[in-house]
Write a protein that binds this ligand. Structure first.
Ligand code: NAD
Length: 489
């Protein structure tokens, strides 16, 4: 595996004093690699390479661009096990989840490869006689992609594949915690035959590499996924210079359990949403709002299921939940657990590092009961395996609680009552809604993203994700033989 940046079709080792140390969060003595940090000058070179590659890539037919992405999907399928293992080693999610993420990334590659045939505009009737009017989609130019560590394979794909298929050239900055998975994706794009300069990988800190991408007047669009603190500052900077921006940020997703729900199934679904990927999903279920008559029976099931979770290294078969991604996230989880107790919530399970696991950033699956909507553990994104259970007395009250937070990514309802389903779908303030399933999940062909403080800009994935990386041109062709256009008679 390469351990540098990839600029203009070359793997380079920036002469930097700062190294990105890539450590296995399940075993801090396992150092995967050291990546030299790129500098602002390296970013500038990547942007120039992308700018130089743009004219030829833009005029390559869409289906041809898509074929390169299809080849990348084929190569990724052959290397699936290697990618999944690397992801588990550097990010910590268990192998089963990593394999699932690899497959999801392959679906995204396949979906966007096909979109190369469908980069369509619209034809619309003109008000003028003998005039043909239509729209075409054109690529933007050089685009900047900035991604987080929690889906180190699929998020870079759901940004880069549509950008490339639409005819843009890319400067990509992965999270500092996951450069190895980003490197594998870059190797695959290279092997698939992307021309030099079309896709550039720049590894380094957000404060240097990210800032340089956002500030460059050559970068026409910035697609960011990560925290609200970074995303909202980045949005202001990029928008101020007229760049197109999309930011997908935090979540605080609620599952509402109605009195008629199948509690066994609801408990299994909530369990997966809360503790899958160690709770480190933007779509994680971090709040349960249960109706008073079923709350205790649901809680009992949630606790029973969570007690069975085997915590450990995701590389070991039989392990259900890996570690927090790093010491900072681990401490954040523990701080929120202490805060929840201080706020008066009742800790019913977990709350600390499992005693037998001292070498990684492990934490027990944790459940709080008697959480009220005013508490910070109910309102703020924790990004760990911490589930807060609150009680409501009606769907209206549950909706009020669910909607009382700043975030708006996803939500679930568990019920058989169609009226409640329809009311919930209509009223819950999120970009995605699930019925009788966890808050997690997304599919290549379906738009993904949130509302309120979670998301600003176009949705990702699906055709919408492609639209972000294009701009429309409206064309008027006058074949009347007259000079003037007579619009309104
Ligand atoms: P983060 O904001 O710390 O970092 C995200 C990326 O931004 C990284 O590549 C980082 O290096 C870069 N960055 C940092 N400072 C920067 C700067 N000043 N300028 C430009 N780039 C900068 O987020 P994280 O900890 O990597 O990821 C976790 C967050 O991501 C959570 O809040 C989670 O909810 C969110 N997330 C959201 C979605 C979604 O689709 N809504 C999906 C996954 C993760």
């Amino acid at each position: 595996m390469h351990t540098g940046s990839y600029i203009n079709g070359q793997w380079i080792h920036p002469q930097s004093e700062r190294m990105v140390r890539n450590v296995n969060p399940a075993d801090t003595e396992d150092v995967i690699a050291e990546f030299p940090s790129a500098t602002a000058a390296d970013v500038q070179r990547a942007i120039e390479a992308a700018q130089a590659a743009f004219p030829a890539w833009k005029s390559t037919p869409g289906p041809e661009r898509g074929r390169v992405i299809w080849r990348a999907a084929d190569i990724a399928r052959q290397r699936a096990d290697e990618i999944a293992r690397m992801m588990t080693r550097e990010e910590g999610k268990v192998l089963k989840e990593a394999r699932g993420e690899v497959l999801k990334g392959i679906s995204l590659l396949e979906f966007y490869a096909g979109e190369g045939f469908r980069l369509h505009g619209k034809t619309l009737p003109s008000e003028a006689r003998d005039t043909f009017t239509y729209t075409i989609r054109r690529p933007l130019g050089v685009v900047g992609l900035i991604s987080p560590w929690n889906f180190p394979w699929s998020i870079p794909i759901w940004k880069s594949a549509p950008a490339i298929v639409a005819g843009n050239t890319v400067v990509f900055k992965p999270a500092e915690l996951t450069p190895a998975t980003a490197t594998l994706l870059t190797e695959i794009y290279e092997e698939a035959g992307l021309p030099p300069g079309v896709f550039n990988l720049v590894v380094g800190p957000g404060s240097v590499v990210g800032e340089a991408i956002v500030a460059s007047p050559t970068v026409r669009a910035v697609s960011f996924t990560g925290s609200n603190a970074v995303g909202s500052a980045l949005y202001v900077k990029a928008a101020a210079r007229g760049a197109k921006v999309t930011c997908e940020m935090g979540g605080k997703n609620a599952a509402v359990v109605m009195p008629d729900a199948d509690l066994d199934k609801a408990a299994v679904a909530i369990h997966g949403g809360a503790f899958g990927s160690t709770g480190q999903r933007c779509t994680a279920t971090s709040r349960v709002i249960a109706m008073a008559p079923v709350k205790d029976a649901l809680l009992e099931r949630l606790v029973e299921n969570a007690k069975k979770i085997k915590v450990g290294s995701g590389l070991e078969e039989g392990v259900d939940m890996g570690p927090a991604v790093d010491e900072k996230q681990w401490k954040t989880d523990l701080d929120y657990i202490a805060l929840g107790q201080h706020e008066g919530a009742r800790l019913v399970l977990g709350g600390k590092r499992p005693e037998h696991l001292s070498r990684g950033y492990f934490i027990e699956p944790t459940i709080f009961d008697q959480v009220s909507p005013a508490m910070r553990i109910f309102r703020e994104e924790i990004f760990g395996p911490v589930l807060s259970v609150a009680t409501a007395n009606s769907l209206e009250e549950a909706l009020r609680f669910a909607n009382s937070v700043d975030y708006g990514l996803t939500a679930s309802i568990f019920t058989q009552n169609i009226d409640w389903v329809m009311r919930f779908v209509e009223e819950v303030e999120t970009g995605m809604v699930h019925v009788n399933e966890p808050t997690i999940g997304g599919e290549a062909q379906l738009p993904f993203g949130g509302t309120k403080a979670t998301g600003v800009g176009e949705r990702e994935m699906a055709e919408e994700g492609l639209n972000f990386f294009t701009e429309l041109k409206t064309v008027f062709i006058n074949y009347s033989g007259k000079a003037e256009r007579l619009l309104i008679r």
